[in-house]
Design a protein around this ligand. Sequence first.
Ligand code: UDP
Ligand code: MG
Length: 323
Amino acid sequence: MPRVSIVVPCYNEEKAIKIFYNEITKIEKAMPSFAFEFIFIDDGSKDSTLEIMKELHKADSRVKYISFSRNFGKESAIYAGLLHSDGDYTALMDVDLQDPPSLLPEMMKYIVEDGYDSVATRRVDRKGEPVIRSFFARRFYHLINKISDIKLVDGARDYRLMNRRFVDAVLSLSEYNRFSKGLFEWVGFNTKWIEFENVKRSAGETKWSFWKLCMYSLEGIIAFSTLPLYLSSLFGAIMCFVSFIFIIFTIIRQIFFGGSAPGWPSMVCIITLIGGIIMLCIGVLGMYLSKMYLEIKRRPLYISKEECLSNERPDRTNNEKNE
Ligand code: UDP
Ligand code: MG
């Protein structure tokens, strides 16, 4: 019987987790030809998320969990879940039912019958989301698609069903600064996109503040585009050229018309402008450098405080990445 691993990152989700379990087990019953396992990742929750996971495990041995020693972020939780999933197929979904489990049978059909390697989802609308958040999200997709080689779909969710080779390919990318939406595109293979209407959270609150989303977008741009680096150099070069012209202009003016006092204000303006641009370029360089710094350190993506998993994947453990 083909096995399906359901990977679910959870951070302070005590209200949502049982609702999710009830829902997913309904779907699982509608798919009797597959053997399911559920891998919950407690991303350093401060509420009783882990206790509920333990409770679920007691009642249903197919429920497995990993608990992080602190909040490492959703990307690390996704990585840990994929690393420990050993099903023939792996589905990644949020615990708040915003990724409807009811789509799973249809998604499975595309992989099993039509031979796709992964089935990805996108929401067609952003109903219920703050207008400003939607606006910036759209701008982000527009920008990243312009400046990087990979193409991201607007409204793409992390909700995805993948076959084994797709999961293994994603795991083979061992980078520290992970941006899953980009990694899923980068590995290639055949992906089927399906659409659904935005669903409201089942319980609890979103864990993404506007600021956190901005930083996540920046992460995506830096991880998948080096254009800002080139742009900053180009910007610097243009400014050097402009100031060179200005110097020649000032010398000529000095020789033929004399008197430097009238040039003072513009001079100050230009010095500050150039200073600003240099700072900007150094800043861009610094962003890339800081990412490289973290990559070189090869820190593990997460530290597990406790876990209950039947399968070990000694060939590719998280801590091996540290060596
Ligand atoms: N999540 C996580 N770690 C975090 C933030 C979020 O594991 O640091 C999980 C969260 O529990 C949920 C999923 O990621 O299952 C999506 O989070 P959320 O619903 O808050 O995001 P939104 O749907 O609002 O974008
Ligand atoms: Mg959500």
